[in-house]
Write a protein that binds this ligand. Structure first.
Ligand code: ATP
Ligand code: MG
Length: 263
């Protein structure tokens, strides 16, 4: 291919892409459909940073998947040449794992922490259920292990969404606030009782059943939180972390002590 042909193939970013590429201070969020030029924009932004004298080592580029990280690496080399190898491009998990491995003490972990596998997750949860002896989280046939998988999924969801105890109890069921929901039902019940008293109705509607259902749901959720708390603590005690911890630990520690990481 001749140089002119290569030149002709050169893509000019559109206005929005250009705005993103040229913004060096602060953050930019690119929301665009598949194949619309997101990666192209990021690559051009890195290229622009390098042209502006920013050191390649000072650029960090994180993706969700290995495939995306590899694609970024290849496309950046094509665009800027070998300097691309000094730009850190990796997945969120690999990057965080690396940080934790380098500075385990910062994360209250001893040097040889392990990433928990699915089998260990299961047996740890079973061990805790054996000790805790749930009263509410039981299957119809009273099998306490029925809830192991849902509990492990809940652990993931809680960590993924960084939900704390307060948030967990505030909004859980389909985003509904249980306290408010229970209040509504209790008021409804009181109104119905009044109607029964003055003879306008001869029995309560379904409110009592609804209240009992909600209370049972709340008992289960409280028990689930207790078990999850013990499980999380047990993981720490055994120096085990999961993939969500990797991200959360680094995020939390960076928020509070980023300067402490200077080497
Ligand atoms: N402004 C533009 N004008 C012409 N072509 C463009 C423009 N921006 C990007 N492209 C081209 O569109 C194609 C898709 O771009 P890119 O791979 O960056 O998209 P993406 O949004 O990252 O896609 P995916 O969703 O698959 O990750 C590439 O060939 C890229 O060179
Ligand atoms: Mg892309």
């Amino acid at each position: 291919m001749t140089n002119t042909a290569i030149e002709r193939r050169k893509i000019t970013p559109n206005l929005k892409q250009m705005e993103c590429i040229k913004t060096l201070d602060g953050s930019v969020m690119v929301l665009a459909g598949p194949g619309t030029g997101k990666t192209f924009t990021i690559i051009q932004r890195i290229k622009y940073m390098l042209e502006q004298g920013i050191l390649p080592e000072a650029i960090l580029c994180l993706t969700f998947s290995e495939a995306a990280a590899n694609e970024m690496k290849i496309r950046l080399v094509k665009e800027v040449g070998t300097v691309a190898s000094s730009v850190e491009i990796s997945t969120y998990h690999a990057f965080c794992n690396n940080i934790i491995s380098q500075f385990p003490v910062k994360f209250e972990l001893v040097e040889r922490f392990n990433v928990i596998d699915d089998l260990t997750k299961y047996s740890l949860m079973r061990e805790i259920i054996d000790e805790y002896k749930p009263k509410y989280l039981l299957a119809r046939d009273y099998d306490p292990y029925y809830y192991i998988t849902p509990l492990l999924k809940a652990v993931d969801m809680i960590k993924l969404n960084r939900v704390d105890k307060e948030k967990y109890f505030e909004v859980l069921k389909d985003g509904k606030n249980w306290g408010q929901e229970l209040n509504r039902l209790l008021i409804d019940k009181a109104e119905q009782e009044d109607l029964v008293k003055i003879g306008k109705r001869n029995h309560l509607k379904t409110t009592e059943k609804e209240i009992a259902k909600l209370e049972e749901y709340m008992d289960k959720a409280k028990e689930a939180w207790d078990i999850i708390e013990i499980y999380t603590k047990r993981m720490q005690d055994n120096n085990l972390i999961d993939f969500n911890d990797m991200i959360n630990f680094v995020l939390n520690t960076f928020k509070t002590t980023a300067h402490g990481f200077m080497v």
